[in-house]
Design a protein around this ligand. Structure first.
Ligand code: ADP
Ligand code: MG
Length: 514
């Protein structure tokens, strides 16, 4: 009797094997990378993404595009993860990383076609990625990362982004001031967007900006040298005695119940006033009558704050968050030089300024939601690269120069790699060319000529990049032109692209449950 085949998969599941599986995955990964390719560099175009519900996002940011694209294919999803990792780790270079990952897949496909084993491809790519790391080290500029350098790094990351009518130089100045004011701590810098003015009105606020209005209309709108309390206390009757089940049998009893409730509510305001507090920030709610009592006492209060805002205020004012208003100690209170609210059209915002701590906010302005949102993405990238550059003290020339240098070093070292692995190492170098080539294409230059010129200059020992100016580009020294990227952005891009590509190449069996 012949053995019965053992069925381990349900009828619904789909299985793709061997080369078919590889081809399918590679095609999916490449397709995703191709989708963001036109956005790379200063002359990269924007994309308009429309969601199911009709929400529109206009952006040039690789990670944002891939996030919004609702990608389902698992291999394609891995490229999206490359962009996400890049965004989380260093905050910029998301397009670079995904385009490189796509090209590594494309080169891998050719190798597989020539019967190079997937494992050999993987080994070669790992070897090349290691050499790339060394090449990036070698390209790192010697000079200290000073404010001018930080400004250039910030400008480089924002060039070509939709930032409205404000110059990238002006924005970069604000970004560097912000990072410096925060003592280099990126976490202490927030970006707050507000429509209703042109983007040139973007400014640095020395403190925290909140999307909050006072808990009561009659409250003051301003407090100087304010004593600040941060609470997480529901300022409401603990348990409503009037709604409670027990019977109120006489008008007197009802009166007593109302009075005791009233006195409880007044009690909160009294306690806050007695502690000498000028401004209250409460994570929990403040009942209207309590808010009214606070207003009567000239106290400004905000309620229902989200936890991020609470953390920022705690840091900015030096307060500790309280869970009760009983026995408030002076130590638990914070201070702010100036708390005020301001109206912008229909919105009222609160500003907590001049605080002792280093928290600052880039207050980004723009004519419309789309403008401020894209400006926020550009500012976030710029803050990330400036703080990364400051942290690591390492920057490399941009505009494609570093990619040319990496490819050159990989090609030189490939010679000493034996067997077919050498082909894979060389393929990695070829894949890197996609980056300067795409910069050239997007700048309307001939990509082949541009690449030839770049390499020739590099071989002559010149530092050369494709500097994009106005409508076209020219081969110039990126350092002289102030086009600089943090070394960490390049390192992360090479590593995460190599990781995703090798992971995809290794797969030769896809089993999908339906
Ligand atoms: P990513 O998402 O990878 O950061 P970008 O669209 O921000 O993609 O493009 C980044 C690339 O553009 C970097 O390699 C950077 O060096 C380059 N770049 C920035 N400014 C210029 C410029 N003026 N000329 C040429 N290249 C530039
Ligand atoms: Mg960028």
């Amino acid at each position: 009797m012949g053995a019965q085949p053992v069925v381990v998969l349900s009828d619904d599941s789909e299985r793709t094997h061997g080369r078919d599986a590889q081809k399918m995955n590679i095609a999916a990964g490449k397709a995703v990378a191709e989708a963001v390719r036109t956005t790379l560099g200063p002359r990269g175009m924007d994309k308009m993404l429309v969601s199911d519900s009709g929400d529109v996002v206009i952006t040039n940011d690789g990670a944002t595009i891939l996030n919004e694209m609702d990608i389902e294919h698992p291999a394609a999803q891995m490229i999206v993860e490359v962009a996400e990792t890049q965004e989380d780790e260093v905050g910029d270079g998301t397009t670079t990383a995904s385009v490189l990952a796509g090209q590594l897949l494309s080169e891998a496909e050719d190798l597989l076609e020539q019967d190079v084993h997937p494992t050999t491809v993987v080994e070669g790519y790992h070897e090349a990625a290691r050499i790339a790391g060394e090449a990036i080290e070698a390209e790192t500029l010697d000079a200290d990362v000073d404010d001018d350098t930080l400004t250039e790094v910030a400008v480089t990351s924002m060039t070509g982004k939709g930032t409205g009518d404000v110059t990238t130089e002006r924005l970069a100045e604000i970004v560097v001031n912000a990072i410096r004011s925060a003592g280099g701590d990126r976490d202490e810098v927030r970006v707050h967007t507000q429509t209703g003015a042109s983007s040139s009105a973007t400014e640095l606020v020395q403190g925290v900006v909140l999307d909050e209005e006072p808990a009561h209309a009659a409250m003051p709108r301003e407090a100087e040298d304010a004593s600040v309390a941060v609470l997480d206390v529901e300022l409401d009757v603990r348990e409503s005695e009037i709604d409670a089940e027990y019977n109120v049998t006489s008008v007197d009893q009802l009166q007593t119940a109302i009075e005791s409730e009233e006195s409880e509510l007044r009690g909160y305001a009294d306690a806050i006033e007695a502690a000498g507090i000028d401004v209250v920030f409460n994570e929990d709610d403040i009942e209207d009558r309590v808010a009214s009592h606070l207003a009567d006492r000239g106290i400004l209060a905000f309620d229902g704050l989200d936890s991020d805002d609470v953390s920022a205020i705690l840091e900015a004012t030096g307060a500790s968050q309280l869970v009760s208003v009983d026995d408030i100690e002076a130590d638990d209170l914070g201070t702010a030089d100036h708390v005020r609210t301001a109206r912008f059209g229909d919105d009222e915002l609160a500003f907590v300024e001049g605080a002792e701590a280093e928290n600052v906010t880039v207050f980004a302005r723009g004519g419309t939601e789309h403008v401020v949102n894209e400006l926020e993405r550009a500012l976030t990238d710029a803050l990330d690269v400036a703080s990364t550059a400051l942290d690591t003290g390492q920057v490399v020339p941009g505009a494609g120069h570093t990619e040319i240098a990496i490819a050159d070093r990989i090609r030189a070292e490939a010679a000493s790699v034996s067997g077919r692995k050498q082909l894979a190492v060389e393929a990695f170098a070829d894949a890197l060319d996609i980056l300067p080539r795409t910069l050239a294409e997007n700048a309307g230059m001939d990509p082949i000529d541009a690449l030839v010129d770049l390499r020739a200059a590099y071989e002559d020992g010149e530092r050369a990049g494709l500097i994009v100016e106005g409508r076209t580009g020219a081969v110039r020294d990126p350092v002289e032109q102030g086009v600089l990227d943090p070394a960490a952005v390049k390192k992360e891009a090479v590593e995460s692209a190599a990781e995703a590509a090798t992971m995809i190449v290794r797969i030769d069996d896809v089993i999908a449950a339906n």
